[in-house]
Structure formats: C-alpha cells, structure tokens
Design a binder for this molecule. Structure first.
Ligand SMILES: [Zn+2]
Ligand SMILES: [Zn+2]
Length: 306
C-alpha cells in the first residue's frame, strides 16, 4: 500500500502509540527517537551528488522515520532568463517520480516512510505558475516545498545578485518576494529556508535579523499561519551568520504570533548530510516552546513530538 494514504495513517498510529508511554500504558514505540528530514536532493537535481536510491537507503539505515526528497524544479529560472551554467533548466519529472514510486514500494514499511516531494522555485510569472500546477496535478507529489531562490532576475545564491545593492535593499527585495510566494496559486506545504539570500551574501554581517525587517517578517509569518502552511527550519545555512535558517529570533516571533507548524530540513545534497544539524535545531525549537515537528504527508499533517 505504499504511495497511499494508509501509510500516513500507520505512521500516525505509531506516534500515538508512542504518546501512550507518557500515560503509563504498554510502551510499543519510543517516539522520542523518531527522526525526520523533509527536504533533501539527489542527482535528479542538477546540483546534488548522491543518487536517489543511495539517499533513501542511507536515510533508512540511519533510522529515520520520515525522509523527504524534494528535487529542484527551478522553472523560475526560465522567465528570469537564467540557465544552469549555460544549459537550459530541466528536471526529468517522469524519471524522478517513476524511480521514487518504485523505491517507495520497495522500501517503505511501518518504521520508514520515504516521501517523494518537489521543491518549486517561486516566480511571479503566471505561465510558470501554471506549469507548476500541471506538474502537481500530474505527479501528485507527497509534499511540495515552496522556495524563493530567484529575485529581480538573479539567483540570490550567486554574487551578481548583490552587485550595486546595499544589504537593506537586497534583503528587502528578497523578503518581499517571499511574501508574494505565499500566494502561489498551487498546492504547497512548506515555506522553505527563509534567509536563503544570506547564505552567500558578501556583507560583513550577513545575518537577516528579525529586528531589521520586523514588518516584512510579521507579514510573512502571519501569512504562513493564516494559510496553515509549515515554516521550515533549514540547517544548510552556509555563510548566513547562523546555524540554521531562519534563526531563533524569527522562530521565536513565529511562536509568539501563534505559529506551531515547523519542519526540519537538512537540505542534504549528498548522503553524508542527511539529518545534519537536527540536534541543534530541535534543541533551539524546544527552548522556544515548540513541542513537535510537522511532517506533511499527502495532504495530512503528522505531528512528531520532540
Ligand atoms: Zn532551496
Ligand atoms: Zn533544496
């Protein structure tokens, strides 16, 4: 029954069984050990290094309960006039989903759920938004990650985005685009790596702090909450000036505003980074008051206690 809703239910039952531990009932599963990593990549993405089967097998061997791969669909590059080092942007949709579904049938069981998702690069371009809608309709990804990578014709990962821009302008433009991305006209579950713009920023103090952009952040965080979306905590922070994105100042504000849905993502692009930084992220979340991490699973929201 892999690839069906039943699998989510089985896993949710397992968590409920774990909760029974607290109530003195027969312990059947130690939920404290449940590991999640939702939002990773394999070589179906142009910038990743490990094949999909290796990623999934490694996650299973590491004992993850939920492992989500979300290959890049960077079709936002097309209206921005961007390429992958001179080559047109393309992801083999058929190939990826066919292999992912086969691996689910082969490897998913009561202790391990591999979720086949996608990471959609947000763009304001209506034609590309329609392409994303059609992709979701055709392949029914188990979860969808909504990401802002491009802004004003550049990918914010690369230095040329920052040419002639001071930090306030470069970051404001990025956050404004994150805000617009929340209104994407297609199904999505997770708002990814807020602060992506700071990963490779050239500024002496690159951190994208809550206090510097409070109004924009509040609009984004309340938008996530009102739409019932999940705020991702991403441990691939690179040179952002913090251990994960967004940092605790933003997460604390989200909690204060009533936000409770958070996911963990290593954003691993090779097997060695699966679950990297999870301990630090969970520790920070618990300190703020979060009690669970949310896993989106085919329209359901599974709460994994932390
Ligand atoms: Zn991304
Ligand atoms: Zn990613």
């Amino acid at each position: 029954m892999s690839g069906s809703k039943r699998e989510c239910k089985l896993s949710a039952n397992k968590i409920n069984a774990g909760r029974a531990l607290d109530k003195g009932r027969a312990p059947r599963y130690n939920y404290a050990m449940l590991l999640t990593d939702i939002h990773t990549h394999s070589t179906w993405s142009a910038d990743a290094d490990s094949p999909l089967e290796d990623m999934v097998q490694t996650a299973r061997q590491k004992g993850l309960a939920y492992f989500g791969v979300s290959e890049h669909f960077d079709y936002d590059y097309i209206p921005a006039g961007l390429t992958y080092n001179g080559s047109p942007v393309r992801t083999d949709e058929e190939g990826y989903f066919a292999q992912a579904r086969a691996l689910q049938r082969q490897l998913n069981d009561k202790n391990f759920t591999f979720l086949a998702g996608c990471e959609l690069g947000y763009t304001d371009d209506p034609a590309t938004q329609n392409t994303y809608s059609a992709l979701i309709q055709k392949f029914s990804p188990d979860f969808v990650v909504n990401s802002v990578h491009t802004c004003d014709g550049y990918d914010c990962w690369f230095g040329d985005y920052f040419d002639g821009k001071d930090k306030n302008y470069a970051y404001s433009r990025y956050l404004e685009r994150v805000l617009r991305s929340l209104s994407a006209p297609y199904r999505y579950d997770i708002v990814a790596h807020i602060g992506y713009v700071s990963r490779n920023a050239p500024y002496a103090y690159p951190k994208l702090r809550y206090s510097d952009f409070a109004a924009l952040y509040d609009a984004i965080l309340t938008g996530i909450i009102s739409r019932g979306k999940i705020l991702e905590v991403n441990s691939s922070s690179r040179g952002a000036g913090s251990a994960f994105l967004p940092d605790t100042d933003v997460l604390a504000r989200y909690f204060e505003l009533g936000g409770r849905e958070v996911s963990f993502a290593s954003d691993a692009h090779f097997v060695g980074r699966i679950c990297a930084g999870r301990v630090e992220v969970v520790s920070a979340l618990k300190k703020i008051g979060f009690e669970y991490i949310t896993v989106p699973c085919r329209g359901e929201r599974i709460k994994v206690p932390i």
